[in-house]
Write a protein that binds this ligand. Structure first.
Ligand code: ATP
Ligand code: LTN
Length: 330
């Protein structure tokens, strides 16, 4: 049995990018692995967010995880803020990551460039420190993420290796795993940009109704010409729609291309819309049932206990390694 961990920030309603990039694959890990899946609510504080919205988004993500097939008997589902060891480990780990490394992170550069200098909180800068703590606390080997998060997981590997070299083997060194098809779904209105829940242009939201989904796909930006062909450089719009189609059908891009030889853009877009709707609508029904039943409350409470039991062992190991005294009652 391997150990797998991932998290999603409750910064907004999840998008089709989140679904294809991580959510839809998660259930398949839990058959052969011990899975730790969490809601990165502390990470959501790294940019201003309304408290009511943060609470609502956190509940939504818990329900989305369950609707995506995560089974609380097989996987541990929890809120990052319920396990204080995440924050405690981050305070220690921050001393082994450097300003230069953190300032080279693409996500930091992107998000910081949209803020005024005095509006960039320290948490946005130290984001990867907390993320490394999330990962290292659970001794996990595999971290399923979209492509944009690979750089953070690489940094986590660096800090784990650095720490192990200095103090002896303390951490398991994890690796990022991205899906073969759909590691980076692009915006439908600007297919050179990532579809991202905090940048609403060109997003399909997982709670959009059928009509809205169809409308958004039918009006997605396409490219010159009329051939349905995968060519991200010259045909970014069509390539993105082909990726969405292939990922949802669980087929390769080549297989998807073959299905649309000789078809026009309109027919192709209609088929993409049908495919998205066929998966998202039943997913939304499961989500609504879970939300109504409030079953997520018990799941998150029990998940926090299970996660804590594991996290506290790792934290104790780290505290001992660096020389912090343990004077707790035995
Ligand atoms: P934000 O806009 O707030 O930065 P986001 O939409 O990028 O959020 P995250 O919470 O950062 O979403 O991501 C959750 C998971 O979904 C991560 O593993 C991330 O890599 C993945 N992901 C996000 N956007 C996409 C996308 N467009 N394509 C594929 N995977 C994605
Ligand atoms: N940074 C991630 C969310 C996240 C995460 C993690 C993902 C926080 N901690 C640990 C994997 C492992 C994001 O933006 N989606």
């Amino acid at each position: 049995m391997g150990k797998v961990l991932t998290g999603v920030k409750p910064t907004g309603t999840l998008t089709l990018g989140n679904y294809i990039g991580v959510l839809k694959n998660l259930a398949s890990y839990q058959e052969d692995n011990e899975c730790y899946i969490f809601i990165a609510d502390l990470h959501a504080l790294t940019l201003p967010i309304d408290p009511e919205l943060l609470r609502k988004n956190s509940i939504d993500i818990a329900c989305f995880y369950l609707a995506a097939g995560l089974d609380p008997k097989k996987s541990v589902l929890f809120l990052q803020s319920s396990v204080s060891e995440h924050s405690e480990l981050a305070i220690i780990l921050q001393n082994y990551l450097y300003m230069g490394e953190l300032s080279r992170m693409t996500q930091f550069k992107d998000k910081a460039s949209k803020e005024k200098e005095e509006g960039i909180g320290l948490g946005l800068f130290t984001y990867p420190v907390l993320m490394a703590s999330d990962i290292l606390l659970y001794d996990c080997e595999v971290v399923p993420v979209g492509e944009d998060q690979v750089q953070h997981v690489e940094l986590c590997r660096d800090v784990a290796n650095r720490f192990n070299k200095r103090y002896g083997k303390t951490f398991v060194v994890p690796k990022a795993e991205v899906s073969k098809v759909g590691k980076r779904i692009m915006s439908l209105s600007d297919p050179t940009k990532k579809m991202s829940k905090s940048d609403p242009k060109g997003d399909i939201y997982l709670l959009d109704d059928e009509k809205t989904i169809r409308k958004k796909i039918m009006s997605a930006v396409t490219d010159l010409g009329n051939e349905v062909k995968y060519d991200p450089e010259n045909k970014p719009g069509i390539s993105n729609l082909l990726t969405i189609y292939a990922a949802l059908k669980d087929i390769s891009i080549e297989e998807a291309e073959k299905e649309f030889v000789g078809t026009n853009y309109g027919t192709f877009k209609g088929a993409v819309a049908d495919t998205v709707i066929a998966q998202i609508v039943p997913f939304q029904e499961r989500y609504r049932k879970i939300l109504e039943s409030k079953e997520y409350e018990k799941v998150l409470r029990e998940g926090a206990q299970k996660a804590k039991a594991q996290a506290k062992n790792t934290l104790a190991r780290v505290q001992k390694a660096v020389g912090l005294l343990d004077v707790k009652e035995k």
